[in-house]
Design a protein around this ligand. Sequence first.
Ligand SMILES: [Zn+2]
Length: 226
Amino acid sequence: MTKRYFNLHRHSPAKDLEETAIINLFPADSPPQKDLYSVGLHPWHVYEDTLERDLALVEEKGAGAAAIGECGLDRACKVPFDLQMQAFRAQIGIAKKLSKPLLIHCVRAYPELITEKNRRGNMAPWIVHGYRGNAETASQLINHGFYISFGEALLDDGKLCGLLREIPCGRIFLETDDKAIGIREVYEKAASAMNLSFDMLSTRISENASRVFVIRGNSKEQPSRA
Ligand SMILES: [Zn+2]
């Protein structure tokens, strides 16, 4: 049964009955009883002495997850970039082994991200979450096969709304992340920016979700390997 709003990434269980969400877990968190979840080691929280333990937890909980992540690269945080890269590569390996999509946090490291994707070849989709970059980077990501997810930044960034019109509908997701906003607000903003009816946008994003994720109750769908 498809609900109206697919929320790619949030940090607490959804309260909106019309919302299907992927709940973000950090490695030590317990998986929710019935909600979809992703599990990953965020680049802000990579420490050398706990890396091995955290990666083992990601792999263990990843088996039942809709996706691996959020994980990725962040040049604006204090964790050494090499260590972030080590953690990210390990999680790419876990996603590949488990045939799961990757949910990616990326700040000022898009060239490295694209290089990593190209090195890995054929895998389940890679999705950049919380996108707030420019149009040129977005088009590079699309050309390299990424999906892009938009959240709170859409609500007050006209440029980002303009960019949304340039991205193929089949590559877009929407999310609330850890922000105190409702997924409906994000859908409303995106629908008006894209000049689409609300229902059309909701249908297109549900189609993307069915293509990318194995969602319970929708078991005949296989995740795309494209
Ligand atoms: Zn997040």
